[in-house]
Design a protein around this ligand. Sequence first.
Ligand SMILES: *[C@@H]1O[C@H](CO)[C@@H](O)[C@H](O)[C@H]1NC(C)=O
Ligand SMILES: *[C@@H]1O[C@H](CO)[C@@H](O)[C@H](O)[C@H]1NC(C)=O
Ligand SMILES: *[C@@H]1O[C@H](CO)[C@@H](O)[C@H](O)[C@H]1NC(C)=O
Ligand SMILES: *[C@@H]1O[C@H](CO)[C@@H](O)[C@H](O)[C@H]1NC(C)=O
Length: 383
Amino acid sequence: MKFSTLIMASLVEAAAVTRQSAAPAPGSDGKYTISAPGIKAQFIPYGATLTNLYVKDKNGNDVDVVLGYDDIEWYPKDPGHPVYNAIPGRYANRIGNGQYQIDGVTYKTEKNDGDNTLHSGTNNWSFRFWNVTAASQDSITFSIVDQSNSSQGFPGRVESSVTYSVTNSTWKIKITATSPEQKSPILLTQHTYFNLDAYKNPATPLIWDHTLHLPYSKRYLEADQGALPTGKILTAEPGSINDFASKPDLLLGHSRADPAFAGNCGANGACEGYNGYWLIDDAPKDAVVLTLASAFSGVKAELKTDQPGVVLYSCNWMDGSASLKSTQGLTKDQKVVRSSCIAIEAQEYPDGINHPEWNRLDKQIFGPGQTYSQETSWTFGLL
Ligand SMILES: *[C@@H]1O[C@H](CO)[C@@H](O)[C@H](O)[C@H]1NC(C)=O
Ligand SMILES: *[C@@H]1O[C@H](CO)[C@@H](O)[C@H](O)[C@H]1NC(C)=O
Ligand SMILES: *[C@@H]1O[C@H](CO)[C@@H](O)[C@H](O)[C@H]1NC(C)=O
Ligand SMILES: *[C@@H]1O[C@H](CO)[C@@H](O)[C@H](O)[C@H]1NC(C)=O
């Protein structure tokens, strides 16, 4: 009796251990950790957020290359809420004039960004606690059920999952979503903020010394002063402010001396640098479509995606109030200052639901039987 109880107990224990190694629990800091050779990533359910991403720098040391907070309780409280490495949804970025049409019916969405809707308005997905629906040593899946009208003007339930996995210095992102009740706009992205130096470059905390190359992206969307696409598609001349296609080693700050740089992202001249959308044209399957790199850390980050473009935002609105993580910075009280990071978001054309001339409607509106899907990856290496 005693003996079999003992066997039972150790069997139960063995099962628990197996279960644990198949499905890691969060650590005492609340973060879920996945890892593979050359890479370690940590996540929290709030916003399906990546909190830390460790890769190797040129000295072989771990460098945490994304923005975030040590204290996971701060993410929901942070009044700035920069959508740090979260999944905004169900329709990321802007909806012009807070409205769109499907099959002749006009839907009015919440105007929370001037005259426009940003990240779907109230109850947007980056403000929600997602469910962890699968996890292993090198992969984690978050899921969300977004009920009809949980945000104004988005009827029909939408169900979505994002699976993050790591393998050999690569972080993979796979997002799917369905709208089983009725047609709905769906546009998703991983809103990742980088500083490849982890704010440890004594010369500058600013992002302008990073290089950026988008070999297939000569074209970009013209935007108005509120960062809303006007509909026009422009081509960047080599060497002009919005050119990141003509050479592999263009600095993000290559046009800082150009008087137009200070207002290049709108706000009537108050937004310096970048907050726009670059189209990816005619990239071969599996091509690297974007490379971000920094000579200081020696880290290079290569993007592959099945999406037709990327949003680039060079952190103009960071006002120096946000703290850095303990893994970043040179001093304990260093802050996230203006233009010290870049958000890179692979996604569909912003506000494509209001621009039928771009022919994106069937990639941005999903109904019963259809599935939104995105596959994107970042591979880290050295310059
Ligand atoms: C997102 O939703 C939260 C919670 O409802 C709200 O406080 C916030 O203003 C919304 N953000 C945006 C950009 O609409
Ligand atoms: C998580 O799952 C629970 C139970 O199924 C559900 O009630 C809740 O709405 C889910 N949360 C999200 C964000 O979808
Ligand atoms: C969603 O809101 C619209 C507009 O207020 C309303 O017509 C529709 O019935 C609502 N749908 C659901 C399922 O609540
Ligand atoms: C890992 O990546 C490196 C560099 O790209 C490559 O040389 C190596 O073969 C890869 N290893 C595996 C197991 O895929």
